[in-house]
Design a protein around this ligand. Structure first.
Ligand SMILES: NC(=O)c1ccc[n+]([C@@H]2O[C@H](COP(=O)([O-])OP(=O)(O)OC[C@H]3O[C@@H](n4cnc5c(N)ncnc54)[C@H](O)[C@@H]3O)[C@@H](O)[C@H]2O)c1
Length: 294
């Protein structure tokens, strides 16, 4: 089913929509005539501010403070959110340290948010999509979902998993003859601030992507029923490059400067409030329950 807009008239949920490309995709979905934008973010304040921006344009939006890594919270907040037609799994975190420098908590957080949350959130909304036999599950992976990168042992592995997650789900839906679609997005670095400090050796071949451009292309891809979006084009050679002998593959990645991109990584400067200062699980659950009762 690849006809017409998937977004116009649809209820669109974006996780991590309080910042970066999530926020821009939420605004873009509103501009494309989504019937309601559902904003999920760890930060209540940033989620509400994006909701206000959208409502100011005349579109309908609600925001929820939720930790997507917490399966119980996800189930409760999903009920308060209601059915959605388009789910964009966008929330993500990065550690940016060498294997032995990263602490256990950060490594777990990367897999909890970038990988396991895909299961909790998608499992909450997929049954409704299957029942209506329409909808899209879009997942933001990364170019690091195609190649390992120094200082990304956790991040890259979590994004490889996101590619495998979407590809497997796509196969299951295909086997069932379902019209529910999937999209996996694999961008190189984007100028959102999440990867502050990264450097690229060949800016023409591998440019740091512009966030508005990425957000627009993801929404275009959802709208047109595309299944994979890889940016920029050079990144599309990665799966084929894997056919090279490993040493040659590694040399190619080194030549492209991939393993030095993180040398000066500092990561996102603190935002207000800090991403991990979400309300405790009980508060989120009771807030979601009261929304359910209203
Ligand atoms: N920025 C890049 O260079 C880049 C490149 C490739 C892929 N990506 C991926 O794109 C996605 C968005 O990245 P961005 O640059 O817009 O990031 P960002 O840091 O601007 O936004 C991420 C948002 O996710 C939210 N979030 C984090 N943990 C959460 C949790 N447990 N529950 C709910 N919300 C949570 C944060 O509060 C934040 O608002 C991520 O999945 C990222 O891995 C980013």
């Amino acid at each position: 089913m690849k006809h017409g807009s998937q977004i116009n008239g649809s209820r669109v949920l974006i996780t991590g929509a309080g910042s970066g490309i999530g926020r821009l995709m939420a605004l873009d979905a509103a501009a494309r005539g989504a019937s309601e934008i559902l904003i999920w973010d760890l930060s209540e304040e940033r989620g509400q501010s994006v909701r206000d921006e959208i409502v100011a344009t005349g579109a309908k939006a609600r925001s929820f403070s939720v930790n997507v890594a917490d399966s119980d919270q996800v189930a409760v907040v999903a009920e308060a959110t209601g059915p959605v037609d388009v789910l964009v799994n966008c929330a993500g975190v990065v550690t940016g340290k060498k294997l032995l420098d990263a602490d256990e908590e950060s490594i777990r957080r990367v897999f909890d948010v970038n990988t396991l949350a895909l299961y909790w959130v998608t499992r909450a909304f997929l049954p409704g999509m299957l029942e209506r036999d329409r909808g899209t599950v879009a997942t933001i992976s990364s170019a690091a979902g195609f190649t390992g990168v120094a200082k990304q042992t956790d991040y890259s592995a979590s994004k490889f998993a996101a590619v495998g997650f979407t590809e497997s789900l796509r196969s299951e839906l295909r086997a069932e003859g379902s019209n529910v679609q999937t999209l996996v997005v694999c961008p190189y670095y984007i100028n959102t601030g999440m990867f502050e400090g990264v450097q690229t050796k060949f800016p023409r071949l591998l440019p740091i992507l512009e966030e508005t451009n990425v957000a627009t292309k993801v929404m275009d891809s959802i709208d047109s029923g595309r299944e994979q979006l890889v940016m920029p084009s050079l990144v599309r050679i990665l799966p084929a490059a894997r056919m090279l002998p490993t040493r040659l593959f590694d040399k190619t990645m080194d030549f492209l400067g991939v393993n030095k991109t993180m040398d000066h990584f500092t990561g996102r400067r603190p935002m207000t409030p800090e991403p991990n200062t979400a309300a405790p699980a009980e508060e989120v659950e009771s807030a979601a329950r009261s929304q359910l009762q209203n």
